[in-house]
Design a binder for this molecule. Structure first.
Ligand SMILES: Nc1nc2c(ncn2[C@@H]2O[C@H](COP(=O)(O)OP(=O)(O)OP(=O)(O)O)[C@@H](O)[C@H]2O)c(=O)[nH]1
Length: 608
């Protein structure tokens, strides 16, 4: 036993130096980890005759299984022994290597045949012809075990003190190789991940290094309107910044670089290659790219969003300031928005409109048929225009001119309706006033000459359709001028108004009395079975015209001469022809002594 612990030989220094420089050179040359470890184990095995070597790497299985050792490289060991080493579970006493990995301490087994750690592997060691095993843990920074370097001797023996130093140094070299290669691999993997992410993201990414662009992803190529990455690579990053935002962006870049920090997302304006402006959201952060400090810039195109925001602003301003009322409903007819003008027109505050149905404004003026047509037009043509009678909150009924348009979604389905409306109540009243002026006599309120002509034409058509007859009566007051001359114009006016009312009262519903000028009137007597049926009416007209009328203390009295003609006649007649005939007949009545009627075509004059 004693002789085992008195080693007499140590590994040659020259060989050790040669081995160290070989390994370092491999590391510098970026050789693979397995090549470096192979060179190391073979070099160690060559330090002394009968020496074998293995580097085992610590493995933490991802499935949570216990840590084990995996073969990194071996030299001068039989295959069956090597395969037994591979997968060795890290545990105290489970062979020298596993115990060194477990304890992070060197384990010297001078005699495998006697040592308790080798109980389970003794037979294996005997078959492999191994007598001693010295295991040195490979430690990374922070004393973390990354593997074990083991040397084996054919005969049992103790290490020389200096060999232990060498063993520790070589284990350090091995751990350096493992750590460095793993770091490089991790860097490669993370760079590959970054590239994959950058290549596939829809966000534009550029990498800025010393004022230049050194990387652009496909989204950035597209964003800047480039054909290929080459159009952008090597160009100045500032060429892509809009002059208005240059100061902002340069400040941010300086901050990122000098403070190695991330600048938060900010809205900015960049430039495409063709010089057009790009509204963007941009964020920058420091990264190491190709080994150099760089700035990673991610850019999102918000041109469309800004444009839409602008459009929304304009739309909101139009909505708010429009003189026309605007109402927006869902397709189900629920009010979702109403502008100030609509609120003003209806008198309903906004919160009393939202969520309600426009039915709330109904006046009852329109029938079911109206609304059926309204909805049919809206659903089939996507719009409806017309006049709508609604009721304000204060109960007042008003007319609004309304145009409703449907709003469609991308699938062509109606989602909303937008109604534009203007209160045309005063316009309607104005129209009515104009209509009154155009068609009615201002003094008596009777239809005027123009309206009489319309009514006569309508009555002529209806008379023919019904197979009946009508009488047109031309009425001219007798001696009216004298009233004016004697009692004044006001008395004449009063008489005209009074006689107009009386004559109207003696006619039937459906008959028309019109003032056709001065003291001249016309009556249209419709639906006569035969001409004689008009006689009582003519008499009533004569009576009405000749009744006295009081005007203050005065009593005014005139009479009337009536010219009558009938329709239809044998010849075709226009309304003007009829009026001429009636006028002519009236003239005959005047000539015959006034206060009587004369029928056109009759030769005798009836005295009343
Ligand atoms: N007060 C008043 N007089 C009117 C108005 N329009 C016309 N006149 C007058 O009515 C008179 C009608 O004239 P005439 O029909 O010739 O007079 P007349 O006395 O009825 O004559 P005969 O028909 O032959 O009986 C004229 O003096 C007009 O100035 C009106 O609106 N008011």
């Amino acid at each position: 036993m004693t002789k085992l612990f008195s080693p007499t030989h140590r590994w040659p220094t020259a060989l050790q130096e040669k081995l160290r420089s070989e390994v370092l050179e491999l590391l510098v040359c970026d050789a693979s980890l397995s090549d470096v470890l192979r060179a190391l184990t073979e070099g160690i095995a060559g330090l002394q005759v009968g020496l074998s070597c293995a580097v085992l790497l610590l493995d933490h299985p991802v499935d949570g299984a216990p840590a084990c050792l995996r073969l990194g490289a071996s030299a001068n060991l039989p295959a069956f022994f090597v395969s037994a080493l591979d997968g060795l579970q890290v545990a105290n006493g489970n062979g020298g290597c596993a115990t060194a990995a477990f304890s992070a301490e060197r384990v010297i087994v001078s005699d495998i045949s006697l040592h308790p750690y080798w109980t389970n592997y003794r037979e294996l060691a005997t078959r492999a012809g191994l007598g001693a095993c010295w295991s040195q843990p490979m430690l990374a920074a922070g004393q973390q075990v990354v593997g074990v370097l083991s040397v084996y001797h054919r005969t049992p023996q103790n290490p020389h003190e200096l060999d232990l130093v060498t063993l520790a140094q070589l284990a350090k070299l091995a751990s350096l190789a493992v750590v460095q290669r793993r770091a490089a691999q991790q860097l490669q993997e993370s760079e590959a991940r970054f590239r994959a992410l950058a290549e596939h993201t829809s966000e534009a990414i550029l990498v800025h290094q010393n004022t230049r662009i050194v990387y652009v992803n496909p989204a950035a190529i597209k964003l800047f309107g480039a054909q290929t990455a080459q159009d952008l690579l090597g160009t100045c990053t500032t060429d892509r910044i809009h002059p208005d935002h240059m100061a902002q962006q340069l400040k941010r870049l300086r901050n990122i670089i000098s403070h190695r920090t991330t600048m938060p997302l900010v809205e900015s304006r960049f430039l495409r290659l063709d010089g057009t402006a790009l509204e963007v959201e941009v964020q920058g952060t420091t990264i190491v790219f190709d080994g150099q400090e760089s700035v990673h810039v991610s850019i999102r195109d918000i041109t469309k969003r800004k444009f839409n925001e602008q459009r929304l602003k304009v739309a909101a301003s139009v909505f708010g300031h429009a003189l026309e009322g605007i109402l927006i409903t869902t397709v189900e007819g629920i009010i979702v928005e109403a502008n100030q003008a609509f609120i003003r027109i209806t008198g309903y505050p906004r919160d009393e409109l939202l969520g309600r149905n426009p039915r709330l404004l109904g006046s009852g003026h329109h029938d079911k048929m109206f609304y059926a047509n309204f909805w049919q037009s809206l659903m089939q043509q996507g719009q409806w225009s017309g006049e709508l009678w609604n009721r304000r909150k204060n109960g007042e009924v008003y007319v609004q001119l309304q145009h409703i348009s449907a709003v469609f979604d991308d699938q062509g389905k109606i989602t909303h309706f937008v109604a534009l409306c203007s209160d045309i109540t005063s316009r309607k009243a104005q129209e009515a006033r104009l209509d009154q002026l155009a068609h009615f006599d201002t003094l008596t309120g009777l239809p005027n000459r123009r309206l009489k002509a319309d009514r006569l034409r309508q009555a002529m058509t209806q008379t023919v359709r019904r197979g009946l007859r009508l009488a047109l009566v031309y009425i001219d007051l007798d001696g009216f001028k004298a009233i004016n001359d004697t009692y004044g114009h006001a008395a004449g006016d009063h008489l005209l108004v009074s006689l107009a009312q009386r004559m109207k009262q003696v006619l039937r519903n459906g008959d028309t009395l019109a003032r056709i000028g001065g003291d001249e009137f016309a009556a249209i007597l419709v639906d006569l079975e035969h001409e004689q049926e008009s006689n009582p009416l003519l008499q009533r007209l004569l009576n009405a015209a000749s009744e006295p009328v009081s005007f203050g203390d005065l009593t005014l009295q005139v009479s009337a001469s009536l010219g009558v003609t009938f329709y239809p006649q044998v010849q075709d007649m226009t309304s003007e022809d009829l009026l001429n005939q009636a006028d002519h007949a009236m003239y005959r009545a005047k000539k015959a002594g006034k206060n009587q009627h004369h029928v056109h075509g009759q030769t005798h004059i009836l005295m009343m």
